[in-house]
Write a protein that binds this ligand. Structure first.
Ligand code: UD1
Ligand code: UDP
Length: 377
């Protein structure tokens, strides 16, 4: 079988690495296509290196742009490669513009699409990611929802064939890398931080950073934190803080350390040793519950409701009052802190990558890896 993997952003590299690894273990060298949606060293190459991925076969250098510019350019470039290489399946992961571009370019060439992390829904169609998820799922012929809840979302939309609940490959990634991170990373020493005595923050989502009003609310939250915090900052947020004249305020917060985006090993080490995590990231919400770290999500909805139901994640939005209330509870109520830490990981056993590869190879061998003309007959 000749599979092509299309990816372009930080979380896609992290979550597809276990799939790539499993293909290699089965003697299949997948074709690797990097759109270049993320291109800074800290957003891309560091992961290719740390995750020990094989060399990228095609680097499409799509870069940044408006939604349509980025998606359109990626589609055009991906199509050229797929026409040249004629893979048996195109694999995409998640909900970025790269995913939508890869899925559309592929299905229109009649090359079946397999979607890893299918079926997630925030039920908020103002998010670019929600549009990407829905369209990618409907363009796909093989779907790998991570949980039963995600599978049900697909079923509600009429997608029931070739749907396999596998767990999320983020568990594989965390298990494969956190022991190495513990051994190799000296980030706590470098930042003079003590285990359990700081909050780890990430926030980069368009809805939190693209308006001055919302970004100002985030800055107020940062200013009012009751303990030390570290914020590896996504370039989007850094750029917006400058544009809205908010950067100086952030830089002058004494209890806050702002760093560049970190490599995976340093980030995992910081995450595992944090008192709590505050984030608007999808992957970080997942990792927090896997690593037994309480998570406050800086959003009003989540496409990972399993984490909230399990008790490891609370949606606090950009509400300073809610953030401070929950931090106070975590600091003052041992039982509450323990309950959040002990919430059960809903994302599986760390063998999602193996399952995905096994299923794809099985479908290929049975000549069932193909595009069905209709879902509804
Ligand atoms: C994208 C995804 C988002 C995902 C995130 C992972 C979409 C619609 N969004 O958001 O779902 O959570 O990736 O991190 O696909 N930039 C740099 N250097 C880089 C990359 C980006 O400076 O290497 C800056 C540019 O100013 C760019 C901005 O960040 O305009 C946003 O980048 P973009 O890839 O459009 O979206 P993300 O916010 O990264
Ligand atoms: N991450 C990282 N360095 C950082 C911030 C995040 O390695 O400085 C990792 C994190 O461990 C998680 C992934 O990046 O696996 C999440 O990516 P991101 O938040 O950019 O995207 P999302 O998951 O929201 O799509």
């Amino acid at each position: 079988m000749k599979p092509a993997l299309v990816f372009g952003t930080r979380p896609e590299m992290i979550k597809l690495a276990p799939v790539i690894r499993s293909f290699l273990e089965r003697g299949v060298r997948p074709l690797l296509i990097h759109t270049g949606q993320h291109y800074d060293y800290e957003m891309s190459s560091v992961f290719l290196r740390e995750l020990e991925l094989p060399p990228i076969d095609y680097h499409l250098e799509v870069g940044s742009g408006t939604q349509a510019e980025q998606t359109g350019k990626a589609m055009i470039e991906i199509e050229k490669v797929l026409m040249e290489e004629e893979p048996d399946v195109t694999i995409v992961q998640g909900d970025t513009n790269t995913v939508l571009a890869g899925a559309l370019a592929s299905v229109k060439l009649k090359i079946p699409v397999a979607h890893v992390e299918a079926g997630l829904r925030s039920f908020d169609r103002t998010m670019p990611e929600e549009i990407n998820r829905i369209l990618a799922d409907h363009a796909s012929d093989v779907l790998f929802p991570p949980t039963e809840e995600a599978r049900k979302n697909l079923e509600r939309e009429g997608i029931t064939e070739n749907v396999y609940v596998t767990g999320n490959t983020i568990v594989d990634a965390v298990l494969q890398n956190s022991v190495v991170a513990e051994r190799k990373s000296d980030i706590l020493e470098r930042l003079s931080l003590k285990s359990g005595e700081y909050i780890l923050i990430t926030a980069h989502r368009a809805e939190n950073t693209d308006s001055k009003e919302n970004l100002s609310r985030l800055v107020e939250i940062l200013e009012s934190l009751p303990m030390r915090a570290v914020y590896p900052m996504h370039p989007r947020t850094r750029r917006r803080l400058n544009e809205f004249d908010l950067w100086e305020r952030v830089a002058s917060i004494e209890h806050l350390i702002v760093t560049k985006p970190l490599g995976y090993l340093d980030f995992l080490k910081l995450e595992k040793n944090a008192f709590a995590v505050m984030t608007d990231s999808g992957g970080v919400q997942e990792e927090a519950i896997i690593l037994n770290v309480p998570c406050l999500t800086l959003r009003y909805n989540t496409e990972r409701p399993e984490t909230v139901k399990a008790g490891g994640n609370v949606l606090v939005g950009l509400e300073k009052g809610r953030v401070l209330h929950y931090l106070d509870l975590l600091l003052s109520d041992r039982n509450f802190y323990r309950r959040m830490r002990e919430a059960e990981n809903p994302f599986g056993d760390g063998k999602a990558g193996e399952r995905i590869v096994e299923i794809l190879l099985g479908l290929y061998e049975r000549e069932k890896l193909r595009i069905k003309s209709s879902r509804f007959i």
